[in-house]
Design a protein around this ligand. Structure first.
Ligand SMILES: [Zn+2]
Ligand SMILES: [Zn+2]
Ligand SMILES: [Zn+2]
Length: 109
């Protein structure tokens, strides 16, 4: 049975940091999120259901489908919700994108 990189990363003896090669725990390349996942220090937790790190909700105004995404660096600060046509609903090259904060106020992007 071959070990996947994720097995090496989580849990087995003789772990080493996959970023700098230091023995596990000896460096600060990784941050343990309160949700239990580990992520690269300085980046956001990648757990799609993380309850700790902020998530933006992207909603398609046409079909109503939504999904949770990590905030994008290009998003305005405080973005909590984005109205954006999903790939199925985009018609042509023009689509509007609107940003809203957690209170539902539109953010001028
Ligand atoms: Zn490291
Ligand atoms: Zn998390
Ligand atoms: Zn749609």
């Amino acid at each position: 049975m071959s070990r996947s990189p994720i097995d090496v990363l989580f849990g087995h003896a003789d772990m080493r940091c996959t970023i700098c090669g230091a023995p596990a725990g000896a460096c600060s390349c990784w941050t343990r999120c309160a949700c239990g996942w580990t992520y690269e220090t300085g980046k956001a937790c990648r757990n799609p259901n993380c309850t700790v790190s902020p998530r933006v909700t992207i909603v398609c105004p046409t079909c109503g489908r939504s999904k949770h995404m990590l905030p994008d660096p290009s998003d305005p600060p405080r973005t909590a919700r984005i109205l954006l046509d999903c790939p199925k609903c985009i018609r042509g090259a023009t689509t509007t994108i609107e940003y809203f904060d957690a209170e539902g106020n539109e953010i001028d992007g």
